[in-house]
Design a protein around this ligand. Structure first.
Ligand code: ADP
Ligand code: ASP
Ligand code: MG
Length: 398
């Protein structure tokens, strides 16, 4: 029998009215005869509220207790959705991450899924039930509750779709697909019909928050098509699979506002231990080598941990500099003539009075650090000058 995994994000479960709308999407797939597994995020800003509450009690709360706290948000949402499905006469059951067999490693706050024991889900499906699973959470082999990092419900959905060999994983969110840039910030961003896993991974890694990067990796590894679509309307959405239909070299412009930068000066080679440590704590770090200096860029939420780790190896560098006033903007795509493109970005920033702290190329494209207050403007002007604006030709003008 065919199987669909559906994931609903925070705004899609933002109110009881929205939950009723979700029921409509679930019933639609059920009526087509699919087995349906639904993954749900916490309602609206619940996770932010829980983070804030913890912050009012402690400046450095225990990571274990944070995961215990944050995992409650998804549990509220799964039970409410399941009740709404029952009300419509549908057979459904809600499962926590543990009940769904989601085993993770022990990195609290940013755990990775090691394996999924699908027996319970399969047994519920075989009884004709819709299975509603709490996103963003799992359990370690020692029985500890973990969370998968902010936005991690996407990863729960894609990993379940992979483990269950689902035909598709539909990601319902508050936009009707993946755009050439964040449509809330770049009004002329254009919707993209199809993307390859790698293109989506590049966009997401550089900040396109519409999908959690690890979700794309799970889907790619197991060849599960992902469809990003709106829970509020019935448009076609964006299909992400092994294929691309694009011929333009530039895919889009992404930005990451909430980043922090630590520069280690005069590194003499001992920094590999630092990078190993960061990796084992799953701290996603962009590393730029600049002469003898190493620039480390992480999400704001990981900066405290980054500084703690770097501080343990103070013999590996002469001194450090911290910057919390910068943000990153990236042009994603295959950039052949790097020198020309760098010059173009520099000129655009000059014309629009955007001061850049640095500009570098990476395997995914070209990125710049700019003043945090300028990053949204930078995304808009780069989007326009690289020919991505909806009203203009989609082909990049390089
Ligand atoms: P959910 O709660 O459903 O997981 P998210 O807030 O995590 O939703 O992701 C959806 C948001 O991603 C959109 O509201 C949009 O502002 C943002 N976004 C950033 N970059 C892009 C992009 N390239 N295409 C579409 N949306 C994007
Ligand atoms: N509720 C979690 C968060 O807000 C996970 C998710 O929404 O995917 O980050
Ligand atoms: Mg999300």
């Amino acid at each position: 029998m065919s199987m669909i995994v559906q994931k609903f994000g925070g705004t899609s479960v933002g109110s009881t009215d929205r939950i009723k709308r979700m029921v409509f999407h679930v019933m639609k797939e059920r009526e087509k005869g699919h087995d349906v597994v639904v993954v749900v995020s916490a309602m609206n800003k619940t996770t932010d509220t829980l983070v804030r509450l913890a912050g009012e009690l402690s400046s450095d709360p225990s990571k274990r207790e944070m995961d215990m706290l944050l995992s409650t948000g998804e549990q509220v949402a799964i039970s409410l959705l399941t009740m709404a499905l029952h009300h419509k006469g549908l057979e459904a059951v809600s499962l926590t991450g543990r009940q769904a067999g989601i085993q993770t490693d022990g990195v609290f706050g940013n755990a990775k899924i090691n394996s999924i024991d699908t027996d319970r889900i399969k047994s519920e499906l075989s009884k004709g039930r819709i299975v509603v699973v709490a996103g963003f959470q799992g359990i370690t082999d020692k029985g500890e509750v973990t969370t998968l990092g902010r936005g991690g419900s996407d990863t729960t959905a894609a990993a379940l779709a992979a483990a269950l060999k689902a035909d598709r994983c539909d990601i319902y969110t508050d936009v009707d697909g993946v755009y050439t840039s964040d449509p809330r910030i770049v009004p002329r961003a254009a919707k993209i019909d199809t993307l390859s896993y790698d293109e989506m991974l590049r966009l997401a890694t550089m900040g396109a928050g519409v999908l959690h990067p690890r979700a794309i990796k799970h889907a790619k590894e197991h060849h599960v098509p992902l469809v990003v679509c709106s829970s509020l309307n019935e448009g076609r959405g964006t299909v992400i699979s092994g294929r691309t239909q694009r011929n333009a070299p530039i895919v889009g412009v992404a930005y990451q506002k909430d980043i922090s930068v630590l520069t280690m000066f005069d590194c003499q080679g001992g920094e590999s231990l630092i990078l190993y440590d960061l990796d084992s704590h799953h701290i996603e770090t962009e590393i730029i080598k600049y002469q003898e200096n190493l620039v480390l860029i992480v999400k704001d939420q990981d900066f405290h941990e980054l500084k703690r780790i770097v501080g343990q190896y103070d013999q590996a560098y002469s001194h450090t500099e911290e910057r919390e006033d910068l943000s990153k903007v990236s042009v994603i795509g295959q950039i052949k003539s790097t020198h020309e493109v760098k010059e173009k970005v520099t000129n655009v920033f000059h014309d629009y009075h955007i001061a850049k702290a640095s500009l570098w190329e990476s395997p995914v494209g070209l990125s710049a650090l700019v003043d945090r207050n300028d990053v949204e403007k930078a995304a808009r002007v780069l989007h326009m000058h690289f020919g991505l604006d909806y009203v203009e030709s989609r082909r990049a003008v390089l």
